[in-house]
Design a protein around this ligand. Structure first.
Ligand code: DLL
Length: 437
């Protein structure tokens, strides 16, 4: 296989050189951070008063961690390191819980970000001849505009469709010959399940690839989307505090996400001790953004759980790879004392072909006990008025879940289209238990 690189020299740079580049950039970013009201005192308290106090990457361990709460406390301008007139764009995370967190970009920051996104897109094998339909939310969310500018940099014709209106999505695909789409995996599944109803077949569209991210999903979900739409699906990871998409992406090998180490310093730590975990072990991803000077964020605790691949990738890139995300530290459910990640449930149900494309996890209190119900839609081969196969399927799902998660869940089967669908990130868990009990 021949691999395609956006910037071969950087993507295959020997590790030693890559580390030197990181030190150089860390000095620049620390200099910018020392200009912000948030970091000024914190960094000098840690003994970093100028770039000269940084000699090697080990010095990063002296930097304090930054959390979402810090960003909220310093809202709106505590992280700004340049005069506001230099800023040309702001993005904010959804802020569904509390104040939004905001990042600011100047022209150089924006150019660097779109170059990273272009690198991700190009590395999957796309070229300027492709037609790109961006079915993700635009606006303050980084997915829309972030991918838009990366795709434009690659030179593809881009269709900024945004999410929603499945019929229109298919018409755009057919009329303009869309070859690549970008969406959340849950929206891709929703789009696929509506294809027939909207009067389309696979032959009407030229789709080859999809970029799927912004929310966790299992390997079986990837395979399901690939099989149903007959395309290649590439995992895409990003987080608004680190610009948004373009942080880590799968290459043509589709085997783990390369994280761009010329743009980010990557640590994986034990979320309790905050000490680095041994290579290959699961831990919390901590990122230092080296590519945005106007609102620097250092050692950011993402809450996302992943691990490093220990062996190099076949494609020749030297930037390390992350395993598919296992969930977030704050996503973990504790059900009658058993720890459970929603991704474990998805792993089971998306591997069962008779199960449909949508599901919901419901947790309630029943007396003193927690009760877990897994609601799934059924696939097109299952009919809701035939109770024998329905009951057999229910029992199969229940047993498989119980074997993996050691909790005995209630399983409910629903007709196709009966469970709620979000245009943005899927809301997979409804937890109605009283808090702090
Ligand atoms: O979701 C940025 C993005 C846009 C990524 C488009 C990919 C594509 P936030 O809204 O700040 O930013 O949400 C970031 O989403 O901390 C993860 O918990 C989750 N997440 C993002 N990508 C993945 C992925 C954007 N591929 C949060 N797998 C992160 C698992 C993901 N979780």
């Amino acid at each position: 296989m021949t691999y395609q690189y956006w910037d071969e020299a950087v993507e295959t740079m020997p590790r030693e050189e890559l580390c030197s580049l990181q030190v150089k950039r860390l000095k620049e970013i620390a200099t910018a951070a020392l200009r912000t009201s948030f970091y000024r005192n914190r960094l000098s308290d840690a003994g970093i008063r100028s770039a000269d106090d940084i000699k090697s990457l080990d010095d990063l361990r002296r930097f304090p961690f930054t959390t979402k709460y810090d960003l909220r406390d310093a809202f709106p301008f505590g992280f700004l390191s340049v005069p506001q007139e230099e800023i040309i764009r702001l993005h904010a995370s959804s802020g569904t819980t509390g104040a939004p967190t905001t990042i600011y970009l100047n022209a150089a920051d924006l150019d660097r970000w779109s170059t990273f996104v272009a690198r991700c897109i190009y590395g999957t094998g796309c070229t300027k001849a492709d037609v790109f339909q961006n079915m993700i939310t635009y606006g303050l969310f980084t997915g829309g505009l972030g991918f838009q500018s990366g795709a434009e940099k690659v030179g593809m014709m881009t269709i900024p469709s945004g999410p929603g209106n499945v019929g229109r999505q298919f018409r755009l695909m057919r009329d303009f010959g869309t070859t690549i789409v970008h969406a959340t995996p849950s929206f891709l599944l929703h789009v696929q399940s509506k294809m027939e109803e909207e009067g389309f077949t696979r032959k009407d569209i030229k789709l080859k690839r999809a970029f799927a991210g912004a929310e966790p999903y299992s390997e079986d979900t990837r395979k399901r989307i690939e099989a149903l739409l007959q395309i290649d699906v590439f995992n895409s990871y990003g987080i608004s505090e680190m610009n948004g998409p373009g942080v880590a992406f799968e290459c043509q090998c589709k085997n783990g996400l390369h994280i761009w180490e010329d743009g980010y310093i990557v640590e994986i730590v034990n979320p309790e001790t905050l000490e680095p975990v041994p290579d290959g072990e699961l831990g919390e991803l901590v990122l230092t953004c080296l590519c945005r000077e106007s609102s620097p964020i250092l050692r950011y605790r993402t809450r996302d759980l992943t691990s490093f691949y220990t062996e190099p990738c076949e494609c020749g890139r030297t930037h390390r790879r992350l395993h598919r995300f296992a969930g977030r530290t704050d996503d973990m459910l504790i059900i009658n004392g058993v720890n459970l990640f929603p991704s474990q449930i998805e792993e089971v149900i998306m591997g069962i072909p008779e199960v449909g494309n949508n599901y919901l996890i419901v947790v309630e209190k029943e007396g003193l006990l927690d009760r877990l119900t897994v609601k799934t839609e059924v696939g097109p081969a299952i009919f809701m008025d035939d109770s024998r196969p329905l009951n057999a399927l229910k029992e199969r799902i229940r047993k498989k879940l119980q074997a993996l998660i050691t909790i005995n869940p209630r399983v409910e089967l629903h007709e196709r289209g009966a469970l709620p669908v979000q245009e943005g990130k899927a809301k997979r868990v409804q937890d109605s238990r009283p808090k702090n009990l």
